[in-house]
Design a protein around this ligand. Structure first.
Ligand code: GTP
Ligand code: SPV
Ligand code: MN
Length: 618
């Protein structure tokens, strides 16, 4: 690969030649594009075909605009660093809206707005917002095209950075447009950075707007996003579509759209198992999805790292696909000791956003190496040294890379029929209370576990880092409808599964419990394979458990800690279930449940009562 030349004089963005479109533009899409163009007033329209050549030209344009810089091709071939505006570094939950006719259909956990009022507001916000910019028409597929689960969308955007990101994260371009032309239904998504350019006005490196909107209309299946070009705010196929809109489709059509990783786990016996695991943002999904197991003879292969769509197959089994095609992963904490597979995936063809740059044109972030480089350019573009007293990379800095580049990607990762799920795992980031692993008594108890997950907030969204909040099913920011109805949907789903051959087991994990000094009690990462070993042992009936008020814990010796430097006190603390702390937890759950009023499924109140009963008896 050659180094892209940065022109001495940055030319204003002039007409981008539309690629030859070899597919017919579906009339319905063309009509919608024309309508939106009349509102958005872009200077040009570019139908994205998804070709390698087009991607190359967009990357050249982004370099010319100063949005990205190319990294040293000898160290990081064909890779780029983007620095965002300081006001545009994470998802904005306070500006994420669910617009349903009835407020109760959005539920107490979502920001609700009345659809007609929001439409009127958005019309004014978006009017002329693409002036002076090119509007890209971005057709995409979620899921392998040809899968019964594949779903389609078309995103309009005035950000070429978003186009190349969508190109990595989805199956973007002509094949998706062809499927739509053949009659597949599609979700319209309009995205603008909200920074129109007057004639002759110079652009900035990261155009965005201080006012941001991420708006979902689940009833008409539409998405509107304004003001941000960062991650889930702007790559609308991801959280806005594959979770918020898809969760509503899933409710209506009888499947599940979840914030889950998918892995294939093969023990030395050779019999493979598939796990789906829901952890909140920045709580370990990518790391678990790419785990290098510490146990000899064990293999973990990656199917997905963030989103899973699950359904009951014609064989009656729970099946799942990863609807995405790439990883938008948290950079900090990703190193050879913690996640060598991710490090290997990032050898080239990667876009990094808000990480630090080394003097020789490579990237660095906290946790990439044990030793900090003596000098860096930080994520803001400022000089940095280890004594600067601030992180060099933004805590929510990310890499964007194709799934195909992941050395642990499973052979069947894009199987149109998905993989059969043997167990579901819920997790969160809890410094106290929650044991390393617990097994649910049955599906309904598992739904209770999922519904009551609490987790300390991370840098993936705005808010106070470390603050504990309920994040049911790791879906708090992503459920497109009333969370109580979502719980009911999960309970119903279990009833349907019970009629089939096998109901998956449900577990809860917590890699993040801390000792009195604030250090993690559990080594985590590859050592989490030991927890998978116990789960597999539970699935095939080889490993034992003891009852506790909150579920089944590994019995003495069932969790393999051979070779771990873990003293007995730490192991005890990792599994300690403090009845008083859980009684307080139960009170908090009661308050949380009360927020749903009589929409809460009675089964969940029953599960809470059962928990209290078991705590009282313990
Ligand atoms: P999103 O992409 O935001 O949904 O995040 P994610 O759930 O994929 O989280 P990710 O795997 O990127 O991990 C987030 C942070 O948690 C990183 O800094 C990791 O290094 C850290 N982390 C992941 N797994 C473990 C673990 O087992 N133990 C500890 N202590 N930290 C972990
Ligand atoms: C998350 O926050 O859960 C992410 C990153 O996966 S984003 O795509 O920005 O939502
Ligand atoms: Mn996520």
């Amino acid at each position: 690969m050659t180094l892209l030349e940065r022109p001495a004089v940055v030319a204003p963005v002039t007409r981008v030649v539309s690629p030859t479109v070899s597919v017919e533009r579906p009339f319905e899409v063309a009509l919608w594009v024309a309508e939106q163009a009349a509102l958005l007033e872009p200077s040009d329209i570019h139908w994205v075909d998804g070709s390698t050549r087009e991607r190359h030209e967009l990357l050249q344009l982004l370099v010319a605009n100063g949005t990205i810089e190319q990294l040293n091709p000898d160290l990081r071939p064909y890779s780029f660093l983007a620095r965002s505006a300081e006001s545009d570094v994470a998802r904005l939950e306070s500006r994420t809206f669910i617009c349903t006719e009835n407020e109760s259909d959005a539920g107490p956990t979502n920001n609700w707005r009345e659809p007609a009022a929001m439409r009127a507001e958005l019309t004014e916000v978006f009017r002329g917002s693409m002036r002076g910019r090119t509007m890209y028409v971005v057709p995409f597929a979620m899921g392998p095209i040809g899968s019964p689960m594949a779903r389609f969308g078309v995103q309009l955007t005035d950000s070429p950075y978003v186009v190349v990101s969508v190109g990595t994260m989805t199956r973007m371009g002509n094949p998706a447009l062809e499927a739509i032309a053949r009659g597949a239904s599609w979700v319209p998504a309009v995205h603008s950075v909200g920074a129109p350019l007057a004639a002759g006005q110079a652009d900035v490196a990261w155009p965005c707007n201080d006012t941001k909107y991420i708006v979902q209309f689940p009833e008409s299946r539409e998405i509107w996003s304004f003001g941000s070009a960062y991650g889930g705010n702007a790559i609308l196929a991801k959280k806005a579509y594959a979770l918020r809109i898809a969760s509503v489709m899933a409710r209506d059509e009888g499947w599940l759209a979840e914030h889950m990783l998918l892995v294939k786990v093969t023990p030395p016996s050779g019999k493979a198992y598939h796990f789906a695991a829901a952890f909140p943002s920045a709580c370990g999904k990518t790391n678990m999805a790419m785990m290098t197991p510490s146990l000899p003879g064990w293999k973990v292969e990656t199917i997905g790292d963030d989103i899973a769509w699950l359904w009951i197959g014609t064989d009656g089994r729970l099946r799942a696909i990863n609807p995405e095609a790439g990883f938008f992963g948290v950079a900090p904490g990703t190193g050879m000791r913690t996640n060598p597979t991710a490090i290997d995936s990032l050898w080239g063809n990667t876009i990094f956003t808000n990480v630090a740059r080394t003097d020789d044109g490579d990237v660095w972030w906290e946790g990439m190496t044990d030793e900090k480089p003596a000098r860096l350019t930080d994520w803001r573009g400022e000089p940095w040294t280890p004594t600067s007293g601030r992180p060099a990379a933004h805590p929510n800095s990310r890499f964007t890379v194709s799934a195909r580049q992941c050395p642990s990607i499973a052979e069947d990762w894009d199987d149109p029929e998905g993989v059969v799920i043997d167990a579901i795992i819920f997790g969160g980031r809890r410094a106290s209370n929650v044991p390393l692993v617990v097994e649910a008594r049955d599906w309904d108890h598992g739904v209770f576990m999922g519904a009551t997950i609490a987790s300390e907030q991370t840098a993936a969204a705005e808010g106070t880092i470390g603050e504990l909040r309920r994040d049911p099913f790791a879906m708090l920011p992503f459920a497109g409808y009333n969370m109580a109805d979502y719980f009911a949907h999960w309970l119903n789903f279990g009833r349907r599964l019970r009629r089939s051959a096998r109901v998956p087991r449900v577990f809860q994990v917590n890699w993040f419990r801390k000792d009195a000094d604030g250090s993690f009690l559990w080594p985590g990462f590859g050592e989490n394979a030991r927890v998978l070993e116990w789960m597999v042992g539970r699935l095939d009936g080889q490993l034992g458990a003891i009852d506790s008020p909150i579920g089944s814990l590994p019995n003495d010796g069932a969790l393999n800690v051979d070779g771990l430097e873990l003293d007995g006190a730490a192991l005890t603390e990792l599994f300690r279930v403090d009845p008083a702390a859980f009684a307080a937890e139960a009170d908090d759950i009661e308050t949380f449940f009360a927020s749903f009023g009589d929409r809460l499924p009675p089964e969940l109140s029953r599960q809470l009562a059962l928990l209290r009963g078991r705590l009282a008896a313990s």
